[in-house]
Design a protein. Structure first.
Length: 358
C-alpha cells in the first residue's frame, strides 16, 4: 500500500451531506437517491464514441483519463446521485496474473484455472501495481464531482469472480465452478485468495476517494440452497469485515443477484449496509422480510426501461410505494442493457425525483 497516494482523510465523515451516503446510514427521504447499474456503457452514444477510439476494453479500464470521462458521462447527462467507477470485476483476476481478454461480440475469455497448479501460479504480488491506473481513475473522478454526487467503488464477489476464473468465460449455469466447489480441494483456496485480493482492492479504492463500495455477486442465484452460505454469504461477510476493519464508516452494498429467499440470510449475516435487489424480488416482500437496519436498493426491471411508457411508469410507481417509509436507494434489478433508449433513463430519473410513485 505504500505506493498509494496518502489520502487518508478522504473517507466520508459521519456527517456527509451526500444523499446516497445519508440514505445508506439509514435516513429515510421522500425522494430516494438514484443511480443505475451499468449507467456508463454502450446505450450512450458518447460512450460508444470513446469506445471506438480505444483498443481493447481492458485498455479503456486502465486509462485513467478515458475511464474518468466515461464515469462522468451519465452524471453530466442525468445528474445521478452517484457515479460508479468505470472498470470491470475481471480486473482482479487479471491483476493476480490470469490471462484475461475481452473479445468483441464474445465477452470475457480467461485462461481457465482448472487445478491447484494454475491456482498456485496466481499471486498478490503485482496486484496494486496492475490496478494503480484504476486508483488514479478514482482520484480523478472524485475531483471531478460536486459536493452532492457520491463516488461508488466496486468489485466482484469472490463466488462470481471465481465462476469466470474457473469456467474461462461467462455461462448461464456456471457449471464448471459449481462442480469445482463440490469436489476440488483447491477451490476454497481460490475463494480465500479472492477475499484477500478484493479486500485490498476495495480499501485502495477507498483510499483514492471512493465513498461507498458495492460487491457484485451476479451469479449468487445459481448456487444450490445448501451451497449459498458457504460460497456467497461467508466470503462476502469476510470481505465486508476486512473493509470495515479499516474503513468502519464507508457504507457497503451487497448485490447477491437472483438469490431469492437467500436475501434474508444475506442481509442478516454479511454485515452490509445495503442490499441490491434483483427484479424478480417482490419489493413488498423485501420491505417486510428484510430488517430495517439494512437499506434496500433496487429494483426496476432493466427491460421496463427499454420498453418505456406504461411498463416504465408502473414499475417506478410500484417500487416507490413498496419502499415508502423506509430507507431506499432507487436502482435497477440489474444493469442497463445496450438497447436502452437514453431518453427513457431520463424519464425514470424525472419520475423518481418528482415523487410520482410515493
Ligand atoms: O456499472 C457501471 O456503469 C460501471 C462499470 C461496470 C462494467 N462492468 C463495465 C462493462 C461494472 C460495475 C461491471 C461489473 C461486471 N462485469 C459484472 C457484475 C455486474 C453485472 O453486470 O452482472 C460482471 C458479471 C462483469 C463481467 C463482464 N464485463 C461481462 C460478462 C462482460 C461482457 C458482457 C457485456 O455486457 O458486454 C463485460 C464487459 C463490460 N463491462 C462492458 C462494460 C461497459 C461492455 C464492454 C464494451 O463496452 O465493449
Amino acid at each position: 500500500m505504500s505506493s498509494l497516494k496518502a489520502a487518508g482523510m478522504r473517507e466520508p465523515r459521519a456527517g456527509s451531506s451526500k444523499k446516497l451516503i445519508r440514505t445508506l446510514r439509514g435516513r429515510t427521504d421522500a425522494v430516494p437517491p438514484i443511480w443505475m447499474m451499468r449507467q456508463a456503457g454502450r446505450y450512450l452514444p458518447e460512450y460508444r464514441q470513446i469506445r471506438a477510439r480505444t483498443g481493447s476494453f481492458l485498455d479503456l479500464c486502465y486509462s485513467p483519463e478515458l475511464a474518468c470521462e466515461v464515469t462522468l458521462q451519465p452524471i453530466r447527462r442525468y445528474g445521478f446521485d452517484a457515479a460508479i467507477l468505470f472498470a470491470d470485476i475481471l480486473l482482479v483476476p487479471h491483476a493476480l496474473g490470469q490471462n484475461v481478454e475481452f473479445r468483441e461480440g464474445e465477452g470475457p475469455v480467461l485462461e481457465k484455472i482448472a487445478d491447484g497448479r494454475a491456482l498456485a501460479a496466481l499471486s498478490m504480488g503485482g496486484l496494486h501495481e496492475v490496478l494503480a491506473p484504476v486508483y488514479e481513475t478514482v482520484s480523478r473522478v472524485r475531483e471531478g464531482l460536486d459536493g452532492e454526487t457520491a463516488l461508488i467503488g466496486f468489485c466482484g464477489a469472490p463466488w462470481t469472480v471465481a465462476t469466470y476464473m474457473v469456467g474461462g468465460r461467462g455461462s448461464s449455469d456456471q457449471k464448471e465452478a459449481r462442480l469445482a466447489a463440490y469436489g476440488e480441494a483447491w477451490f476454497p483456496s481460490l475463494i480465500d485468495l479472492l477475499v484477500e485480493a478484493s479486500a485490498e482492492y476495495l480499501c485502495a479504492q477507498i483510499e483514492a476517494g471512493a465513498e461507498v463500495v458495492q460487491i457484485f455477486d451476479t451469479w449468487a442465484g445459481n448456487l444450490a440452497a445448501s451451497e449459498f452460505e458457504r460460497w456467497c454469504v461467508t466470503p462476502v461477510a469476510d470481505l465486508v469485515s476486512r473493509v470495515k476493519a479499516r474503513y468502519r464508516d464507508v457504507p457497503v452494498i451487497g448485490f447477491p443477484r437472483g438469490c431469492g429467499s437467500g436475501y434474508a440470510a444475506f442481509a442478516e449475516l454479511t454485515g452490509v449496509d445495503g442490499v441490491g435487489l434483483d427484479s424478480a424480488v417482490d419489493p413488498a416482500w423485501a420491505a417486510r422480510s428484510i430488517d430495517r437496519s439494512v437499506v434496500l436498493q433496487g429494483n426496476l426491471d432493466p427491460l421496463a426501461v427499454v420498453a418505456g411508457g406504461r411498463a416504465l411508469r408502473d414499475g417506478v410507481a410500484a417500487i416507490e410505494s413498496a419502499f415508502a417509509g423506509r430507507a431506499h436507494v432507487f436502482n435497477l434489478g440489474h444493469g442497463l442493457v445496450p438497447e436502452t433508449p437514453p431518453e427513457h433513463v431520463a424519464e425514470v430519473v424525472e419520475l423518481v425525483r418528482s415523487g410520482a410513485g410515493g
